[in-house]
Write a protein that binds this ligand. Structure first.
Ligand SMILES: [Zn+2]
Length: 110
């Protein structure tokens, strides 16, 4: 719910800044670690957009997989099922490099 709220706030602010009358689509990039359930977010988004200039806008959701970087050998890899182990050297000293992001990529207005 909070996520939907902030996406709409960002989209409306951007649309108002651009002098748009209506937001027709909002494209969002979300990391897998955010645990977003697309159907649920789309539903909340639709609900919260009601009676705003984003009412009826479509939500485009791009989920970014979790990737890690090994601090020992610098290998970058996709983390599956929370296994933070380097596939190259088996080190567990892994830094998360993507999967936590959440941002509005762009919006479409009219
Ligand atoms: Zn490694």
């Amino acid at each position: 719910m909070t996520i939907a709220r902030s996406i709409i706030d960002i989209a409306i602010a951007a649309a108002e800044k651009a002098g748009a009358r209506r937001v027709t689509r909002v494209n969002v990039i979300a990391g897998e670690l955010r645990g977003i359930i697309p159907l649920q977010l789309t539903y909340c988004f639709g609900l919260m957009a009601e009676n705003t200039i984003a009412s009826g806008a479509q939500l485009g959701l791009e989920i970014v997989p979790v990737s890690g970087k090994c601090r020992r050998c610098d290998e970058t890899f996709v983390v599956k099922e929370y296994r933070y182990i380097c596939p190259k050297c088996q080190s567990e000293d892994v830094q998360t490099v993507s999967g936590t992001e959440l941002r509005v990529k762009d919006i479409e207005v009219e």
